[in-house]
Design a binder for this molecule. Structure first.
Ligand code: AMP
Length: 401
C-alpha cells in the first residue's frame, strides 16, 4: 500500500464495501486510490453516506479507526472552492489539527479545496495571511479560533458543516466554555458532526443543545479499548517505579510511549532516561510548537524509540507501530487509560499497555478494570519485588469458620 503526503500508515480493519458505493464521486475516489486506501473502515462505511445526506452525526470511535477520513471525505465531496469558509473542524490539540489538515490537503487537492489551520503556540500573522487567501475549510483549536474571530480576521456566518473532533478530549481539557462561545457564533442551519471515543454527560448535553436529530453511530469495541492489546499491571513500591520502567524498556524494544502525569514529571523522566543513554524525546504543552512537531517526527521516524508524554500532548498522537504504552504514572481517570491505551494496537496491530502502580493506585486500577470489563494481568519485572496485594476475603466465609 502506498501512502501520499503526511498521512501516517498503520494496519487498520476495513470492510469489503467500496468507496463509490458510499456515494463518493470519481474525483474523490481517485484521490483515495492515490493515497492507497482500498476499502473503507467500518466507521467510514457507516458515517460517509449519512454525512453526505447532510444529517447530524455522533460517531463513537477512537483515533485509529479511520474517523478523520470519515468526516474529511464527505466535506471534500460536498464543498467546492471559493465560496468563503463553509466548514469548521474543531480539534483539541495542535497535532490533531495538523494531521486533519494533511488529510484535507490530499483529498481536496483535485478541486482546489483550501484549508487553513489555526492553532495556538505559533504566530498569528501567517494564519491571518492564510485567512486572507479565502480558505474553504478551517481546522482549528478552540482558543486560537476565538482569537481570530474576536479580531475579526474571520467570519463564521457562512459555516455549513461543523465537526467536533475528539469531543471528549476537548471537554476534558476545559474547552467547554470556548466551544459554547464558538457554537453560538455559527448559523443555526448547518450540519454538525461530533466524534468522541466516550460519551460522557457533557457530550450528551452539547449534543442535545446544539445538534438536530443526530444519528448515533457506535463502533467502539466492547470494553472501550481496542482489541489486540495486552494489559499488564506492575504493582511496586514507590521507590521502585523507576527501576521497573527501566526493565520494561529493556524487555520490549519496540517503539514506546511513556506517560507521566505532570509536565514536570515528564521533564524529569526525559532527563533521567536521556542520561542513561536511551533514545528518548518528550512532548508536553509547555514546549514550543516547533519542538513538539520535531519530537513527534523524530519518534515517528524511529530516530527516538521512546517518547515521554503528558496526557494533553499524548492525545490523538497518530504514530503507526507504537508497540508499547507504559503508564509510568497511572492516569487520573479510567477514560484517560482507554485513550492512552488507544495509542497502541491501532487498527489491526497488536500492542502492550504496561501500568506501573503503587498500592495507592489500586482504587484507580479497579475503576480501569471495570471499564475494560476484565482484570488486568498482574506481572513482575526482573529485579523488582512486586507489592503483595491483599485479596479481600468474603466475610461470610470467615464467619462460617
Ligand atoms: P484515524 O482514526 O483517522 O486517526 O486514522 C487512522 C489511520 O488509518 C491513519 O493512519 C489513516 O491513514 C489510516 N486509514 C484511514 N482510513 C483508511 C482506509 N480506508 N484504508 C487504509 N488505511 C486507512
Amino acid at each position: 500500500m502506498k501512502f501520499a503526503g503526511g498521512i501516517p500508515q498503520h494496519p487498520v480493519d476495513t470492510t469489503d464495501k467500496s468507496f463509490e458505493a458510499l456515494g463518493l464521486g470519481k474525483t474523490i475516489v481517485d484521490a483515495i486510490t492515490r493515497v492507497g486506501f482500498e476499502n473503507p473502515t467500518p466507521i467510514q462505511a457507516a458515517v460517509i453516506p449519512i454525512a453526505l445526506s447532510g444529517r447530524d452525526v455522533i460517531g463513537l470511535a477512537q483515533t485509529g479507526s479511520g474517523k478523520t477520513a470519515a468526516f474529511v471525505l464527505p466535506i471534500a465531496e460536498r464543498l467546492t472552492h471559493g465560496k468563503g469558509v463553509r466548514a469548521l473542524i474543531l480539534a483539541p490539540t495542535r497535532e490533531i489539527a495538523m494531521q486533519t489538515k494533511a488529510f484535507l490537503d490530499l483529498f481536496g487537492a483535485d478541486h482546489g479545496l483550501s484549508t487553513a489551520c489555526l492553532i495556538g503556540g505559533v504566530k498569528m500573522s501567517p494564519q491571518t495571511d492564510a485567512l486572507r487567501r479565502e480558505p474553504d475549510v478551517l481546522v482549528t483549536t478552540p482558543g486560537r479560533l476565538l482569537d481570530h474571530a474576536n479580531r475579526r480576521h474571520v467570519k463564521l456566518d457562512g459555516i455549513e458543516v461543523l465537526v467536533l473532533d475528539e469531543a471528549d478530549h476537548m471537554l476534558d481539557l476545559g474547552f467547554l466554555p470556548q466551544v459554547r462561545d464558538i457554537l453560538r457564533r455559527l448559523p443555526r442551519e448547518r450540519q454538525t458532526m461530533m466524534f468522541s471515543a466516550t460519551m460522557p454527560d457533557s457530550i450528551e448535553m452539547i449534543a442535545s443543545e446544539f445538534m438536530h436529530d443526530p444519528l448515533r453511530i457506535d463502533i467502539t469495541p466492547a470494553g472501550g479499548a481496542a482489541e489486540g492489546i495486552s494489559h499488564r499491571l506492575y504493582v511496586v513500591k514507590a521507590e521502585d517505579k523507576r527501576k521497573a520502567l527501566r526493565e520494561l524498556l529493556l524487555e520490549e524494544l519496540g517503539s514506546t510511549l511513556v506517560f507521566a502525569r505532570r509536565k514536570i514529571d515528564a521533564d524529569w523522566l526525559f532527563h533521567v532516561l536521556e542520561r542513561e543513554g536511551h533514545p528518548v524525546t518528550r512532548i508536553h504543552s509547555d514546549l514550543s510548537q516547533g519542538r513538539r512537531v520535531q519530537a513527534l517526527q523524530s519518534f515517528r521516524e524511529g530516530e527516538h524509540r521512546i517518547l515521554v508524554a503528558t496526557d494533553i500532548a499524548g492525545r490523538g498522537i497518530d504514530v503507526p507501530g507504537i508497540r508499547h504504552v507504559i503508564n509510568f504514572d497511572i492516569p487520573e481517570n479510567a477514560d484517560d487509560y482507554v485513550h492512552r491505551a488507544g495509542r497502541t494496537a491501532r487498527g489491526a496491530a497488536k500492542g502492550i499497555v504496561s501500568t506501573i502502580a503503587t498500592w495507592q493506585d489500586l482504587g484507580m486500577v479497579r475503576q480501569i478494570e471495570e471499564i475494560l470489563g476484565e482484570k488486568i494481568a498482574r506481572c513482575a519485572v526482573a529485579g523488582v519485588e512486586p507489592w503483595e496485594e491483599l485479596e479481600k476475603k468474603p466475610s461470610r466465609a470467615r464467619r462460617r469458620l
